[in-house]
Design a protein around this ligand. Sequence first.
Ligand code: PEP
Ligand code: MG
Length: 561
Amino acid sequence: VSPGIARGKAFIYHSSPWGSIPRSQIGREEVGAEIVRFESALEKSALELEALESNLKTQLGDVESGIFEAHLSLLRDPEFVRRIKQRVHSDLVNVGHAVELQIQDLERALAAVGNEYLRERSQDIRDVGRRLLNHLSPPADGRGASLSSVPPGSIVIAEELLPSDTVELDRPNVAALVTAKGGGTSHAAILARALGLPYITGIADATQLISPGDTVLVNGESETVTVAPSTEQAAAFSEAKMHYDEQTRRIVDAEFEECVTRDGVRIALFANIGRLDDCNFVKGHYLAGVGLFRTEFLFMREPAPPSLDKHHQAYSAAARALHPLPIVIRTLDLGGDKQPAFLKARDSGKVFRGLRFSLAEPELFNTQLRAILRAADQHRNVRVLFPMVLGSEDFRQAIETLQAIGRQEQIKSLPPVGAMIETPSAVFTINEILERADFISIGTNDLTQFMLAADRNAAGLNDEYSVLQPSILRAIASVSEAAQSKGRGVCICGEAAGDPKIAALMVGMGIRELSMSPTRAARVRYLLRRVCVAVLKKRAQKALQAKEANSVKEAIHDLPD
Ligand code: PEP
Ligand code: MG
């Protein structure tokens, strides 16, 4: 979940015990003292979090420090505090136990959510709980010893890493992370990527299989963890590492260069973002703008539907930050497994995701469109994109809604409007969609999941490579040809666009715009500057005729790294 190659000695980390605070009955006269203890633990935890947040800000800027702001807001949530105090009062239990029960309640609520991103936030809740408990009853047995001082060259092996484990890391002494639990969108993974730490997750029983002091080789490229390597394994690893480190240096040094192929074809690289802070990445990685702003992530935790003002502030701030570069704002992609807090309170009964969900929620949708139109009218660099378009009917309704709001707002020229092509339904109705679309954006993440009957959130599924199924490639090719023949822009914005060789294949298929996680752009750019479109076209022809995914891989595997 975070790239890189490292060698080191295993440091087995057991985070402090969680779920082990015994219940003890207290007398009514002890309640006051328990509450005072709780308040002091709250205070100390808040001070710690403020310090962590400001440290992280200095290290990494605003982008990642928001994690601890979220922890602080849970600590300061009056409802959270009230329920814990109430438990102590009414059940006459020790406050540690009351904290534990409250954290478990919150975790249970999150575990029931289908959305992977939200489920992983239960890590944050446990992290806050652990911090409080550490102040209420500090662990005596050395467990939970912090990761802030570990021997040099440590590979940290843990069952799970909570955000504060990662941020307290003794960065210069840690070479890599290996855990059993935790996904690619966990905060630990996000932080590891920001800190440039290789991180492999999904190694079940890692803390039992690996012993303290074992030599461990972590290879994020081959996605392997080797324990106690043989001489040959060690030699092969050293070579891979040397090659990787050298290449990384070259790639980062060349990041400011234009993204132009050897035969002079310019490819525009854009950023996929989900938070306002991510706008900083665009200039930092020399990108051409934002190709996909996933607006639903702004509001996932909101207890009430966002107001017009809230929407507008976000879009206007993003458009201003990027100006004059373009920003594609995607309307809320909700429904299915993407359920924000404000929708969970009621069973909406709506089974569709994306645009059809929005069309069935006119108040929510119209508020968002109005805010986007206002931001577009102010800043002029905004484009609108509808997710999960199914065909002519839903897309027409969306555009008509946008036009009607534009008239109400007396906006003379509407921003360009695009459709995401990420359902098989849209692939087969592309011509009708193109009659109305100014541009299209191909979402390979969902397109592969719906075409291949694969769950994109399942651990172990390598989404990027499922794009190499002949059926998916042919779908992308036919959609992109249809768009080009009508002179419409086509962008690929699924994760596949961030894989250098797959991105090159897409360029061979005629794609000139790629939108990806910003940190992946450097490698894509580096490869594209070293190849000719003429050669990529031939590879793409071969790939499009392939009968099986393996032959597609063969068509691209020898492209330069
Ligand atoms: C996609 O499906 O490829 C895409 C970019 O949209 P998201 O990942 O937000 O569903
Ligand atoms: Mg999608």
